[in-house]
Design a protein around this ligand. Structure first.
Ligand code: CA
Length: 241
């Protein structure tokens, strides 16, 4: 019987019709047919499990977990060091903390000059970022397509730690069988020390707060209500070529 079972499983895997090979009850093979049907169901379940596992592996590759781990490590090193007070940032890999207001002001404050490194105006003017909004609330549609265009910078020498940024946010989502697009003009600042982008939508009662620790490739954003501070959704925006 074990030999027959092995043959049957092999036949199923090769896509051979089992019923056609072994006959039916009327031909005196009822017992064998029943066993084969059980084996068929087991193989089907295995196939479904394999398909689920393949999908999970594909999703893991597309999410690129290395980026997430690197971002978390960087945040721990640079932003969330327990011995740095609120509003302060760790000077790279040293133990020294510095106010984010002293970053990119043209004066070396960190002993290792970390505060005056990487003072380019991120995200750059003309850059384009896209992703999906998820865990949506506050009236925003789940899985809205978000596209963020950085339209300009205004970096004043007397406030070097921040750079003024203008942007255009386009949100597209299905509604009643049609695709709806809302466009918002945003203004705000980029914080060099914390690597944070904070954009307000004037008159639209929300702001977009983004973490640009990996500013060359993607940013992690929260859509937040201006009143109350409730999070209305999260988006992983990827820099588009
Ligand atoms: Ca400085």
């Amino acid at each position: 019987m074990k030999g027959l079972t092995a043959v049957v499983v092999l036949a199923v895997l090769l896509g051979v019709s089992l019923e056609g090979c072994v006959g039916n009850e009327s031909m005196g093979y009822g017992f064998a047919s029943s066993k084969l049907q059980i084996q068929q169901r087991r193989v089907d379940r295995l196939r479904n499990s394999m398909a689920g596992l393949r999908a999970k592996v594909a999703r893991a590759h597309s999410n690129d977990g290395r980026d997430a781990i690197e971002q978390l490590n960087t945040r721990l090193l640079l932003l969330d060091a327990p011995n740095c007070a609120a509003g302060s940032v760790r000077c790279g890999h040293s133990e020294q903390c510095m106010s984010d207001l002293q970053f990119c002001d043209g004066v070396q404050d960190c002993n290792n000059n970390f505060d005056e490194e990487n003072c380019k105006s991120d995200p750059p003017t003309g850059s384009f970022w896209a992703g999906d909004l998820y865990r949506a609330g506050c009236g925003f549609a789940e899985n809205s397509k978000m596209r963020l265009f950085i339209t300009g910078h205004d970096h004043q020498y007397y406030f070097g730690s921040r750079v003024g940024i203008t942007a255009s946010l386009v949100m597209s989502y299905p509604s009643n069988g049609a695709s709806v697009t809302d466009t918002y003009s945003l203004t705000g600042t980029y914080n060099f020390g914390k690597k944070e982008l904070d954009l307000d939508a004037p008159g639209n009662a929300f702001e977009l707060r983004c973490d640009l620790v990996r500013s060359d490739s993607w940013m992690s954003c929260n859509l937040v209500q201006m009143t109350g501070g409730d999070t209305c959704g999260h988006a992983h925006l990827v820099n588009q070529p």
